[in-house]
Ligand binder design. Sequence first.
Ligand SMILES: [Zn+2]
Length: 498
Amino acid sequence: MTFYVTTPIYYVNAAPHLGHAYTTIAADVMARHHRQRGEEVFFLTGTDEHGEPVADAAHALGIEPQQLADRNAERFKSLAPRIEVSNDFFIRTTDRVHEQKVQEVLSQVRDNGFVYEGTYEGWYCPRCADFKAENEIDPGNRCPIHHIELTREQEDNYFFKLSAFQEPLERLYAERADFVAPRTRYNEALSFIRSGLRDVPLTRHKLSWGVRVPWDHEHVFYVWFDALLNYYTALSYARDEDLTAKFWPASYHLIGKDILRFHAVYWPALLMAAGIELPRHIFVHGYLLMEGEKMSKSLGNVLDPFEVIERFGADALRFYVLREVPFGQDGSVSTASFELRYETELANELGNLASRTLAMVGRYRDWQLPPCAPDPALAADFEDLTDRVAELMDRAELTLALDEIWQRVRRLNRYVEERAPWRLAAEPARAQELDGVLGSLAEGLRSVTVLLWPYIPASCERLLAALGASGLALADAGLGSGRVERLSHLEPLFPKEA
Ligand SMILES: [Zn+2]
């Protein structure tokens, strides 16, 4: 089994922000989960570096576009380790082999009869690097995304015969109801297709900052086609061996809703035109909205991912963004709700559960636990948990999967209260019962920690080390599948005074 997950490649003109971190964290959670299953995983992220906006920005700074791209790509590249992201490769669309592969694939599209010469005239947003269809122009001829005035542009281009894929795309959507998720995004893409597809420019004539069109050197490929192909080209040169046969088609492309049309319409059409197999799933997440009215004392009113990481750790950020806003929907984030989740859930519910459990085993059993079967009362509530989590992960339901796990964290806290080990410890006759309760608790803690690892890896690794059970395999995540016998002290996982 293999699993291939991608983030969009990030446009180098912007500085990395919470939105970029969000998609990358989500892809990382999926990649880690599938590694836990023992699958061979490839996780790709990177930067989109061509197009007019980069050339313009470089020009304004008096430097070459490549210099600007080099400088800015580094900021995205260095973001990954700071948010504990385990990507297998970082692609840059200025990589020489990427450019060659783009030329190869698009020449194939032309050989297959889907490219022709023509003149295009339309409303163009230089920030999107995209012409806008009549039905997506805001009043005053403005870009619906950037709210700047569009310019009327006319140019001789090569066109991609998108209209030829009207029927094949409708068939694709009819046959594969899970090609695009959530359902609202599937419907949105399908209705765009049904509104009638028109051919789109494949090349730009006046620009030079892009991948050169091999059959006409006065043109470069339109940046979107060059960018989309990264998902495919990366596999051919990320390692010494070509990984395409092993990992293509991609299992999941994670994208934001602003780039739906490119991924859900142009991308499959382009792949069909090139004779390349289509990806299995495109999952579209929503926006993290900062409304700014809920402010925390320590973090001010802007949820700056870098500040959160510095003060609370990357795990806290990872947990918060996937816990607070259902993955796939828009939702509000704020520094106040961050602090609330941090204190009530990470510090109190998980952190305290871990420190109490460990401390009791230390105090009452000198850090050693005899073998025991998990308490049936607890076992019933953990039944099928691993399967349920895996099934939700298969559908990229990252928030629902996290909630399943978190319900068991809460269940373990209730178990401590119900069984009150400190009371059992006061009665020597109930020593065996105490062994059972502590053993069940420790094993329950191990189970949820293995399942939480994709979300908060650093904390889980520390906790598993303290439990003396570092195995991460999903097959052993179930309650009673592991063995906790020799434990050790652990400093608070989520200190309150961060
Ligand atoms: Zn725009």
